[in-house]
Design a binder for this molecule. Structure first.
Ligand code: SF4
Length: 219
């Protein structure tokens, strides 16, 4: 049995896993026929139900950790470890620049001690990097990509760039050009496609295109 098969379908994978039943997939919360409709459904409601199932799953970290073994082309649209396809894609892109979430720490952010604080910081419109800086100063060392995972798990957008609560009146493409030139150039230099960079930053491809055109013109 290949690892790709194992991860591609956690519920079915459990039936293929070790005969002793010791594999983590045997404890997955999505091992029900009812879950199939949600995990492979494309509606927002189905995805929200699937994410809620993942949030209560005792093996969420194991599931998400092994996501790197997924055959991305085959598993692109299903929910895995509480993250949808787009969010897992962002993690793949983030790895190109050495960003890897601390999943245990992300889980800690959802405990009663930190969850409300995280909610408030999100409600204030702070970007993940700013939230990470604040939380680190308050006693829980996290980085931006870990904050993004915690926010995604709770159903939030977790974009790299905050769209709200900013007094910055510049158009988004200008903010990209002025504030994110380094990360855009680094991701491109590491082989990320244009569409991947846009996904990582949480912006439209057309917005990124405008910013990169401006960067190239200024070079
Ligand atoms: S985290 Fe979600 S996808 Fe993974 S095993 Fe648990 S319920 Fe299934």
């Amino acid at each position: 049995m290949s690892t790709a098969v194992l991860i591609r379908r956690p519920t079915a994978a459990a039936d293929l896993a070790t005969a002793e039943g010791s594999h983590w997939t045997h404890r997955s919360a999505c091992r029900t026929a009812e879950a199939d409709r949600d995990f492979y459904g494309t509606s927002a409601a189905a995805q929200a139900r699937a994410r809620a199932t993942c949030l209560s799953c005792p093996v969420r970290l194991e599931c998400l950790t092994e996501r790197s073994a997924v055959d991305v082309e085959e598993n692109w649209w299903g929910m895995v470890g509480g993250l949808d396809a787009e969010q897992r894609r962002v993690l793949e892109v983030a790895e190109l620049i050495g960003e890897r979430p601390d999943l245990k720490r992300a889980q800690e952010l959802l405990t009663p001690r930190w969850r409300y604080r995280l909610y408030n910081l999100r409600a204030a419109g702070h970007a993940p990097q700013r939230i990470a800086d604040i939380l680190t100063a308050e006693g829980i060392a996290v980085d931006a990509i870990t904050v993004r995972v915690a926010v995604w798990w709770t159903g939030g957008p977790g974009r790299a760039i905050s769209r709200r609560a900013s007094r910055d009146r510049r158009p988004l493409w200008q903010r990209l050009r002025d504030d994110y030139a380094d990360v855009i150039c680094l991701l491109r230099a590491r082989g990320a496609r244009h569409v991947d960079v846009a996904a990582y930053l949480g912006v439209r491809v057309t917005t990124l295109t405008r910013a990169t055109q401006e960067l190239e013109a200024a070079a």
